[in-house]
Design a binder for this molecule. Structure first.
Ligand code: IMP
Length: 214
């Protein structure tokens, strides 16, 4: 059996149909749950609520660190997710500082930073990195990006975080005005879709065949 097949088999059996999502954010869990319930109903998703440390590093590094830290708590196959808002006019800021900016400046502060910027100058994107580990040492990353712009004012009551001031490309509503739009287009949805492909491969019939061939 190839190394890849052995690894895949090992991963798939360690998963055992159960997967933990570790986060302190219940809104994120709801979005993850809504996606996986319809995309991969065979997987039982569990929520483990924990505040994980957030080193001031690139999202990829933060997500990897979080996955390893989470594994030390849960000791089961799990994934975490780290997101950030990147504003073109500020060379991608706040990126890894998104949480800090949200808590200190808030949405009004960000809108103030954007005053004087118009049209294309208001371009921004969200990025989400999912980090999966089954053993606390190997970590796989999955990325999702949604492009859009910062609105002129806060609009909508759905979602969380920057949703009331983010309008996805090609639309006029903020994510907070239309949760279906968010579920269809968001950075989290795209990262989850990539992750889903990986999970499907782990549990695919060809994997079972490999198992039977042993
Ligand atoms: P973190 O991934 O929890 O570290 O999120 C960083 C910051 O981005 C926090 O202030 C979140 O509220 C915000 N954020 C994360 N995901 C989203 C989202 O889907 N919509 C809007 N804001 C988000």
């Amino acid at each position: 059996m190839s190394t890849k097949a052995t690894r895949s088999l090992h991963l798939s059996s360690s998963l055992g149909g159960e997967l933990y999502f570790v986060s302190s954010n219940k809104h994120k869990f709801e979005e993850v749950q809504a996606f996986l319930a319809s995309a991969l109903p065979s997987i039982r998703l569990r929520f483990f609520e924990a505040e994980l440390s957030e080193p001031r590093a690139r999202l990829e590094e933060v997500a990897k660190e979080k996955a390893r830290e989470a594994f030390a708590l849960v000791k089961k196959p799990l994934f975490v997710e780290d997101s950030g808002l990147f504003i073109d006019a500020y060379k991608g800021f706040p990126a890894q500082y998104s949480s800090w900016v949200y808590k200190t400046l808030g949405l009004d502060g960000v809108l103030k930073l954007m005053s004087g910027f118009e049209g294309e100058e208001r371009r921004a994107h969200f990025k989400a990195i999912i980090a999966f580990t089954h053993d606390g040492s190997h970590v796989q990353l999955f990325e999702g990006i949604v492009k859009g712009r910062i609105s002129d004012e806060k609009r909508g009551r759905e979602g969380f975080g920057y949703d009331p001031i983010f309008i996805p490309e090609g639309y006029d509503k903020t994510f907070a005005e239309d949760k279906h739009l968010k579920r269809k287009l968001s950075h989290r949805y795209k990262a989850l879709n990539a992750f889903k492909g990986f999970l499907e491969e782990l549990t695919s019939p060809s994997d079972v065949e490999t198992k039977n061939e042993r």
